[in-house]
Design a protein around this ligand. Structure first.
Ligand SMILES: Cc1cc2nc3c(=O)[nH]c(=O)nc-3n(C[C@H](O)[C@H](O)[C@H](O)COP(=O)(O)OP(=O)(O)OC[C@H]3O[C@@H](n4cnc5c(N)ncnc54)[C@H](O)[C@@H]3O)c2cc1C
Ligand code: FES
Ligand code: FES
Length: 478
């Protein structure tokens, strides 16, 4: 595969060609340090505060799709063939302020101003995508932007008012999708390499040659390996250009999700089929994280507190794993072997996640428990599915995140409930069985006893409308 030294993208309307001297450089560092676009701020450098928010445009058919992302955990190489809009590129007609900016001024949406460029960019993406300006949609848009001094009331008011200003005339002509799809890049320098294959065949060849290379999907976990763990990654393979990994298909057999589909790509269809699952996705990270982070990355990282795994486990999801010339399917619950160890061979990658059509018929409940409602990692996530067999519970499946070293099924608890009529007494027994299934850790998110208690509460909540009196249970079973 050819090795190139440069990437191309459109920055605030100007085509730029950048020599990749530092393969580990973030987009934020490039903007601030290399081209002195210092309007984009650095706060946390880990995707949490939104000060570094920029808008990325990517070709999507013959259109360009715009989304807000965190520049601090995005590799510069990830924006090859994209359009990048920073706060310096947001303006109205003839040098006037853009409606988003004017509304923030008029509604007093800024005090010290450090967070303001990030808010402008999140609201700009909202405006550009013509999302509704109701408070809840705006809150979802802004959940990844922290402000310490203004307070969110005036910022939300600005968001609600931004469509009342005249729309800038040049707004939708910023870039041409054709410009954004021209080049492919392989970048190499003396200390590190980045590959950006366009097909799975190229990916498989690369993985055969370099089985220990770091696969980089959205970068919302791996980005922090660079910015917080200060690691040096000698060989990175970007997955972002492989179209066959980036899809969501609602097939006759069920839902098929490419490993590179982002949370934003899947939330619509998932919320339609399983509203409670959609709600968990809405609370996964922030808009910026959901725009970059992928479902595949959340599973492949093997995290015991990843939000997708317990839910997908109770829905009976399967994984499609591929490596040079081979493909296998496994149940997601068998993927997690122990902490930090997944059933993924050297050179193998996650290609697809499959949820069968039958999963749409299941009784299904899930809740995420975290210290903050938005933009927080779970302390505990509980997921429950079953089928009603007259008054009895059939095919009981329960899985938790945050309760063990991996996302895990509660098999002893399931055994108590399976093929039984739910009574208060049975629920008491099932809650006891949770102690057999899990011995959770105490950490900064929650203590062990809190985790045990909340898991039991979620179990009771799952069956809140179910328990019948013992007399009724006797009547049913006799
Ligand atoms: C501010 C912030 C908030 C967050 N909030 C949440 C939250 O609420 N809930 C939650 O669960 N997570 C959260 N996360 C974690 C993260 O966003 C998710 O785990 C995300 O889904 C990771 O996906 P990614 O595409 O960014 O993966 P990456 O960071 O690119 O990769 C993650 C891991 O998976 C591997 N990998 C990626 N794709 C593949 C593949 N196809 N095959 C094999 N290996 C692969 C990578 O090598 C790496 O080890 C948060 C992160 C941040 C920074
Ligand atoms: S600097 Fe805080 S999210 Fe990027
Ligand atoms: S205006 Fe000061 S942090 Fe938001």
């Amino acid at each position: 595969m050819s090795q190139l030294q440069t990437i191309n993208f459109v920055l605030n309307g100007q085509q730029v060609n950048v020599s990749m001297d530092d393969t580990q450089q973030s987009l934020l560092s490039f903007l601030r340090d290399s081209v002195r676009k210092t309007g984009t701020k650095e706060g946390c450098n880990e995707g949490d505060c939104g000060a570094c928010t920029v808008v990325i445009g990517k070709a999507n058919g013959d259109k360009v799709k715009y989304k807000a992302v965190n520049a601090c955990i995005l590799l510069l190489a990830q924006v090859d063939n994209c359009e990048v809009i920073t706060v310096e590129g947001v303006q109205g007609d003839d040098g006037a302020l853009h409606p988003v900016q004017q509304a923030l001024v008029d509604y007093h949406g800024s005090q010290c101003g450090f967070c303001t460029p990030g808010f402008v960019m999140s609201l700009y993406a909202h405006y550009r995508n013509r999302l509704p300006a109701d408070r809840q949609t705006l809150k979802d848009t802004l959940a990844g932007n922290l402000c310490r001094c203004t307070g969110y009331g005036p910022i939300l008011a600005a968001g609600q008012a931004m469509y009342n200003y005249p729309e800038p005339k040049g707004e939708n002509t910023a870039s041409d999708a054709a410009v954004l799809t021209q080049n492919d890049a392989q970048i190499q320098n003396s200390t590190a390499e980045i590959f950006s294959p366009k097909t799975e065949e190229q990916l498989q060849e690369l993985l055969q040659k370099f089985p220990d290379a770091t696969l980089w999907a959205g970068g919302t976990d791996t980005g922090l390996w660079l910015t917080k763990k200060l690691q040096h990654l000698p060989r990175i393979i970007l997955l972002g250009k492989i179209a066959t990994l980036n899809f969501v298909k609602d097939r006759k057999q069920g839902l098929s999700i490419g490993a590179m589909a982002s949370y934003s790509d899947v939330i619509g269809i998932i919320a339609e089929k399983w509203p409670a699952f959609g709600e968990v996705i809405r609370r996964t990270g922030s808009t910026q994280i959901r725009n970059s982070g992928t479902i595949g990355g959340n599973i492949a990282n093997g995290s015991p507190i990843g939000d997708m795994a317990p839910i997908l486990i109770v829905l009976g999801a399967k994984l499609v794993l591929r490596k040079q010339g081979q493909q296998r399917e496994i149940l997601l619950e068998d993927f997690f072997i122990e902490y930090g160890k997944q059933d993924l061979a050297a050179g193998e990658y996650l290609a697809e996640i499959l949820i069968s059509k039958q999963a749409e018929q299941l009784e299904f409940r899930t809740w995420k428990i975290s210290k903050r409602f938005d933009q927080d990692i779970s302390a505990v996530l509980g997921a429950f599915s079953w089928e009603d067999d007259e008054d009895k519970i059939a095919n009981m499946r329960i899985a938790f995140g945050g309760m063990a070293a991996t996302p895990k099924r509660a098999k002893a608890t399931e055994d108590v409930l399976r093929d039984n009529i739910v009574t208060e007494a049975l629920l008491d027994k099932a809650c006891q069985a949770l102690n057999e299934d899990f011995t959770p850790l105490s950490d900064m998110r929650a203590s062990s006893s809190y985790r045990q208690e909340i898991a039991a509460s979620l179990l009771r909540k799952a069956f809140a409308n179910k328990p019948v009196s013992l007399a009724k249970a006797d009547e049913v079973s006799s």
